[in-house]
Design a protein around this ligand. Structure first.
Ligand code: ASP
Length: 438
């Protein structure tokens, strides 16, 4: 059994969190690759190391002294070292970093040091070998990951050292320069490492006990999802749930490696298991895995009597495409069709789009309805189960939520309804209370 455990910024924010990480790693002998983010916030008014490092870069660029921020960064790291008595000499490393800094130092070089130093401390604290991401995560010149070289380097490092800590978030280009990934990129490093060694599980340790069934700002204490498929996760993410970034699940998804989201502060919780496919009995009352949604959509309805042929729809889609406006949902009537897109994406192009539709499609009328929220109930168990949509609509109707539009994909993985923006929170609460709450 081999597990890759990635710990996010809040899990390594200070000495207390380091202790929890060590207890977790020591509790399971198979956690042999550990991927570490930069120390994050210890409290609401604290700062992430990465943010401070970006600030340092900005100060250097504009020729403003960054001494104070540098001092804060160094203090954060040496405090962890001293409180835990970690026998690693990061002081000379930090001093060398300080000397190297100039206005020409690349932003990637600077911000990658958050992960570098935090992981160095953690490696020593765990008694694992530190393997610099510059020596095992490689990018091609176009910035894409060089999968083959990376896989080989990580596998080789594990083989050679037995137990390793890798800093997340960055890697090396063929030119030798460092390159950072998008924000939150340590998740990607963890997935890359898990895929490289064909791990049995990729554990992503964070500060919540898994993916929640609904937004906790809307529903009080929503239950965590115990099992979800990658496809369902994609639907939820697309509809606005703050879950893992697509890029950070792809490497493990490709290899069929399950991804387990866990809480560093509550290691006893099983978290959420994300799997390729979930075989389970057909029965079971819950058919919704999660609920997500977004506000501020516009529905454009085009009426044309006797429209029967799809020509007008095709023309309208081409017009949207020309203005780079993504159409997120389409509904078709006999003499009309409606296109749903985000109001922000339509922007001022909306007038030109309508003008062109009038010119090309010669509709009887075009109607615009703004301030629409789209709410999706996602669940693999909805598929081939009769009566599900009826129950959803009835629950919403009973509570006075007016449904403006309905969409369901052919895969029956999600049912999406359009409601007024000001009924958005209510719609989510009604769906949660009717179908998700215990
Ligand atoms: N430290 C980086 C960030 O704050 C990457 C990460 O935490 O995954 O975005």
């Amino acid at each position: 059994m081999l597990k890759v455990a990635k710990f996010g910024g809040s899990s390594v924010a200070g000495a207390e969190q380091f202790r929890k990480v060590r207890a977790i790693v020591e509790a399971d002998d198979s956690r042999r690759i550990v991927v570490i983010s930069a120390a994050g916030k210890r409290s609401g008014d604290d700062h992430k190391l990465t943010d401070l490092l970006y600030l340092i870069h900005a100060h250097l660029t504009y020729g403003v002294s960054c001494d104070e921020i540098l001092q804060t960064v160094e203090q954060r790291l040496t405090d962890i070292r001293d409180e835990l008595g970690i026998p690693v000499d990061i002081s000379s490393d930090l001093a060398a970093f300080r000397r190297r800094l100039s206005k020409d130092t690349s932003v990637d070089e600077i911000v990658s040091r958050g992960e570098y130093f935090t992981a160095k401390l953690m490696a020593s604290y765990l008694g694992y070998a530190f393997v610099d991401a510059a020596d095992c995560v490689f990018f091609a010149l176009d910035g894409t990951l060089d999968r083959e070289t990376t896989d080989a380097a990580i596998a080789e490092a594990l083989e050679r050292c037995g137990r390793i800590v890798i800093p997340g978030f960055y890697g090396r280009l063929p030119t030798g320069r460092l390159r950072v990934m998008s924000r939150g990129g340590s998740d990607i490093t963890g997935a890359i490492a898990a895929a490289a060694v064909n791990a049995d599980v990729y554990e992503n340790w964070t500060d919540v006990s898994g993916i929640l069934m609904a937004d906790p700002r809307i529903v009080r204490d929503p239950a965590p999802i115990s099992k979800i498929t990658f496809a369902e996760l994609r639907e939820l993410a697309y509809m606005g749930a703050s879950v893992l970034h697509e890029e950070s699940v792809q490497p493990v998804k490709d290899k069929g490696i399950p991804l387990n989201i866990r809480n560093t502060n509550r290691p006893q919780d099983p978290g959420t298991m994300i799997v390729e496919s979930a075989d389970e009995p057909e029965s079971g009352e819950r058919f919704i895995t999660g609920i997500a949604g977004r506000k501020n959509f516009t529905i454009m309805t085009v009426y044309k009597h006797g429209m029967v042929s799809s020509q007008s729809l095709r023309q309208a889609l081409e017009i949207f495409d020309r203005y780079h406006v993504a159409v997120e949902h389409i509904t078709l009537g006999l003499d009309s069709f409606a296109l749903v897109s985000s109001t922000a994406a339509l922007g001022d192009a909306v007038y030109d789009v309508i003008a062109e539709i009038r010119k090309l499609c010669r509709p009887d009328d075009v109607e615009l309805r703004e301030d629409i929220a789209m709410v999706s109930a996602v669940g693999r168990k909805m598929s081939s189960r009769p009566g599900v949509s009826g129950r959803l609509f009835q629950a919403l109707g009973n509570e006075g939520v007016n449904i403006r539009t309905i969409a369901q994909g052919a895969d029956e993985l999600a049912i999406t309804v359009g409601v007024e923006n000001d009924q958005y929170e209510k719609a989510i609460r009604v769906l949660y209370e009717s179908f998700c709450a215990e």
